[in-house]
Ligand binder design. Sequence first.
Ligand code: FAD
Length: 452
Amino acid sequence: MKQIERDVVIIGAGPSGLTAAYELKKCGKTVAVLEARDRVGGRTWSEEMEGATIEIGGQWISPDQTGLYSLINELGIETFERYKEGKSLYRTAEGETIAYDGEDFPVAPSTVAEMNKLIEVMNGLAAQMDPDKPWEHPQAEELDMISFHHFLREHSSDELACDNVGLFIAGGMLTKPAHTFSALQAVLMASSAGTFDNLVDEDFILDRRIVGTMQGVSKTVAERLGDDVYLENPVLKLEWSQDGVIAHGATVSVKAKKAVIAVPPNLYSRISYVPALPRKQLVTHQHQSMGLVIKVHAVYETPFWREAGLSGTCFGPNAVVQELYDNTYTGESTGTLVGFISDVDADAMWELDEAERKSQILQGIADFLGAKALDPKVFYLSDFAAEEWTRGAYATSYDLGGLTRFGSVQNDNVGPLYFSSSDLAGEGYQHVDGAVRMGRRSAARIIAKLEG
Ligand code: FAD
């Protein structure tokens, strides 16, 4: 076992941990990053498959995500626009596929009006929230007591409007059914993106992608950290006192003044803390759970939907694949589609055998884009739930009542231990932007302590 001494040990080489380490090192602190996997990037990860670039994890960046933008600008990394030309498609509950332009789904005008009403309610609530302190919202208690599902139905009797608006946050973001999280959690998701309008506008929230992929951002930061990143070193034991920590990896142990714990909150309890953390933290960590989503990738010889005047953007709240987008990487001649199957639909998909799962998913894509979709040259499903060091996707959120009961301690340090994750962020919550913001915040707090 190699034993080293540093100012700060960082556990987890995802975007949050790497940003923290990078900021600390820029300020002259010595660091070591211990990462469980044999790669950096955490929930951002890309691979080349049959000549196509596949982003298995996080990939999109939106205009408000200025934390991530400032990091990539500093690193000299460019972005490119997601393909958005042409009509979108909407699949009704009756199985009809309708092409449409603009932002409104092609549903009855009364349903559009109800959806807009619900969106306005959410905009109003989000405007009253500081995303860093959702538990201080003037209606925090009452909003945290009611599920998002019931909250929507309190404000509208139009089932389709409730389903469609629910989908943006439930299946689309938290990847949990709308009856399992509170209205306050939904308002946080909206507030973290500025407004609910931003969140429901796919041209905003899924605006651009990173040249060199989102994982490339982590790889670039890791290059700058050089030998300070130790892969294949899961930390399962962390000794701590007010004077410092010892983090035990597989091949290296690090004695440090402070530690940044930059693993997803659902994995905090994988680590044995010696002595144990205070009870409030131990309980809080059990209420932060991952959602579940399957990210479907299908690569074709060409982006055939473009010739038909279609953008590749498809929505169907009741469809097998609820969201679909053109995900062709910049400069590639092949056509790549990405789709999402969320929460209980994902549970059901994983129950099927592999051949049946593939057949149902491809039929789900073909329901939107026709028979040409049935025969891709690459078919790949992102399966972060099966990954030991993530165990779900996209991110963690609280169960009913959790934000008001536990939220206010989530960012407290425990002695020398600082928690850093996209899932603890206000702005950029559950996104790489939030991971970067939290990494910077943790570094700044530690520097202030070490130099104060
Ligand atoms: P992570 O990325 O999870 O990194 C944590 C690191 O800690 C990992 O490398 C892990 O291996 C390591 N680790 C865990 N336990 C230990 C341990 N005990 N010891 C040592 N190391 C450990 N965000 C966007 O902005 N845009 C998107 O389009 C988007 N799409 C997504 C799609 C998918 C399928 C998924 C899964 C996520 C998506 N996200 C997206 C979310 C985004 O990827 C995350 O918010 C971001 O990666 C979180 O960064 P992090 O550093 O906080 O955590």
